[in-house]
Design a binder for this molecule. Structure first.
Ligand SMILES: Nc1ncnc2c1ncn2[C@@H]1O[C@H](COP(=O)(O)OP(=O)(O)OP(=O)(O)O)[C@@H](O)[C@H]1O
Ligand SMILES: [Mg+2]
Length: 336
């Protein structure tokens, strides 16, 4: 099946007062229909620029963006306007009309496309029901919490039946609990309506909670793409490692050296692994960190171990761990 979004050799250069910024450098990737696809990177990596190229809010300097079989840069004004209706977008700061009620906000895009007022109101009420905010229909945005405002924005973006929903840092202004509830709303929208969702974020936890595939951006380039599981178990690039290991870095500062990160999938457990190492080598191994995450429905474990200072023992242990088909990543490179 043809992917719903295909980006090929995309470049975007900004010229500001005689200097140039390469915000996107030769980026190519594809997003399958019905996927929840994450685009992650540090601040300034080029996430917003890339996502704005997906609906041509930003004109690429070169390269192509194909959405649902249509090459966006080749469309006429009118065709582009129609195609854009298929691509909804939500933002970090919600962008609601503050002088209008919740219901009027949700009706607004239907007003633009000429839907009859009574029909628009009925549909808006249904959508508010879907996002769990029907009782706030007559409230004004200023009277809502951040999470509620984002729910209104989601109801509004659904009004025109988009095929694709772009979310640029949609949960970055929200606390972790509210973030969770908004992400699970997005997930259920993906499942119910089959809308392809693109999630732009700087937080790995967001990607792990909802995405199936992910692209890592680093300073305008595409560092790597893959499933969220692949990224969790075996990040291939320094940029991906940095995003995965935010917690590990702190541990590293606290405890110095000899750290390895091991990961496992599914039902297997760490404990026998560590216990066996200790028994075999008769020397302690510190568990600095252990956690199990739900990564789109499957349990994935992560543990950071501090190995003995004796180099030969540590090297032996790492070989043993690698044989167990766990993800093994040496965080401090004291081993050759
Ligand atoms: N309109 C613009 N004019 C000039 N430079 C720009 C423009 N928009 C973005 N840039 C530059 O392009 C680079 C990428 O910016 P972008 O906003 O895409 O990053 P980002 O990954 O979304 O960052 P953040 O996480 O902070 O939102 C930055 O160096 C930025 O300064
Ligand atoms: Mg941004």
């Amino acid at each position: 099946m043809e992917p719903i979004i295909r980006v090929e050799h995309l470049c975007k250069t900004f010229n500001v007062k005689g200097t140039t910024v390469d915000a996107a450098k030769d980026i190519s990737f594809a997003i399958e229909k019905g996927d929840i696809f994450g685009i992650i990177g540090l601040s300034g990596a080029g996430k917003s620029t890339l996502v704005r190229c997906l609906n041509l809010l930003e004109q690429p300097t070169s390269g192509t963006v194909t959405v649902d079989g249509k090459s966006l840069t080749e469309l006429s004004e009118k065709e582009l306007r129609l195609t854009r209706r298929d691509i909804g977008m939500i933002f970090q700061h919600f962008n609601l009309l503050m002088q209008k009620s919740v219901l009027e906000n949700v009706c607004f895009p239907m007003k633009i496309t000429g839907v009859k007022k009574s029909e628009a109101r009925a549909r808006a009420m249904e959508l508010l029901e879907t996002v769990g905010l029907a009782e706030k229909a007559n409230a004004y945005p200023a009277q809502l919490s951040g999470g509620q405002k984002q729910r209104v924005a989601i109801a509004r973006v659904l009004a025109n039946n988009p095929k694709i929903l772009l979310c640029d840092e949609a949960t970055s202004a929200l606390d972790p609990q509210t973030t969770k509830s908004i992400l699970s709303l997005l997930k259920s929208i993906n499942e119910t309506y089959g809308i392809t969702i693109v999630v732009i974020t700087h937080e790995m936890s967001v990607v792990q909670q909802i995405c199936r595939h992910v692209a890592v951006l680093d300073n305008g380039t595409l560092a790597e793409t893959g499933t969220v599981q692949e990224l969790f178990h075996s990040p291939k690039t320094e940029a991906a490692r940095k995003l995965i290991l935010t917690g590990a870095e702190q541990i590293q500062r606290m405890s110095g050296e000899q750290l390895v990160r091991i990961t496992f999938s599914g039902q297997s457990s760490f404990e026998p692994v560590v216990a066996n190492l200790v028994l075999k080598y008769k020397t302690p191994v510190n568990i600095m960190f252990a956690d199990t995450k739900d990564i789109n429905g499957s349990a994935e474990g992560e543990m950071i171990l501090q190995l003995p200072e004796v180099r030969e023992t540590a090297e032996q242990m790492i070989r043993d761990l690698r044989e167990k088909r766990l993800g093994v990543e040496v965080l401090t490179h004291y081993v050759g």
